[in-house]
Ligand binder design. Structure first.
Ligand code: CA
Length: 232
């Protein structure tokens, strides 16, 4: 039995009854403490009162826009926000991520997918809070060590240019989480370059050719269509 302090608290801001039922059952059976609110204003007030460990946020709310909820939460809260989006347009997700949301799921999604995203977001938040980010990313035959400034595939060191390494490092620091084109551009090239999305595409191509077994079917450097990239 996990102690009350260790059980992460989840604030769910969602007005769709069917989605609410599904998420409630799922999160309670996974032993998260859960509070649900059906409007943006009530959600923000609940966040201020309970200080949740993580927020799951529907973008289409009856009172205020979900993007505004992200902005208002980010003004004072570091709790990760995972956006639940039913909308078709990628701009909605991108807009929420650029405003400080941590990740997104598009309806319909599987329970496994949701729980995995929640775990990744909670882990990142814990690491940020304790300053305990690991400098090493390891998955399959790929190993990236930020402290040693090296990338290895199947034990063999891969030669990367300084910019290639910076792009890879940005993804490693947020491993498992989606990064938008703008976030990668700002991080690697600076705030003046956030519109140059072709830079990212070119460098992801280089990285895939060097790091992926089959660059056409990447296992690690995944494209999130219309949004950005995720290191898996
Ligand atoms: Ca809704």
């Amino acid at each position: 039995m996990i102690g009350e302090e260790q059980t992460p608290s989840v604030l769910l801001i969602e007005d769709d009854h069917q989605m609410l039922r599904f998420l409630k059952a799922l999160l309670r059976s996974s032993e998260y403490r859960l509070r649900c609110e059906a409007t943006g204003e009530a959600g923000i007030a609940a966040a201020a009162a309970m200080r949740p460990d993580i927020v799951l946020l529907d973008l289409g709310l009856p009172d205020i826009d979900g993007h505004l909820v992200v902005e208002r939460l980010r003004a004072w809260s570091l709790a990760p926000v995972i956006v639940i989006s039913a909308r078709e347009g990628d701009d909605d997700k991108v807009g929420a991520l650029d405003r400080g949301a941590d990740d997104y799921l598009t309806k319909p999604f599987s329970s496994t997918e949701l729980l995995a995203r929640v775990r990744v977001a909670l882990r990142h938040a814990r690491q940020r809070a304790t300053g305990a980010q690991s400098p090493v990313f390891e998955s399959g035959d790929l190993r990236v060590d930020l402290a040693r400034h090296e990338a290895l595939r199947a034990g063999v060191k891969i030669q990367l240019t300084p910019v290639e390494f910076r792009v890879l490092a940005a993804l490693v620091r947020e491993a498992g989480r989606v990064l938008t084109h703008r976030q990668i551009l700002r991080e690697v090239w600076g705030p003046g370059s956030v519109e140059q999305t072709h830079y990212v595409r070119v460098y992801m191509g280089h990285l895939r050719r060097k790091l992926e077994r089959d660059p056409a079917r990447p296992q690690h450097l995944l494209t999130e269509p219309g949004v950005g990239y995720r290191l898996q």
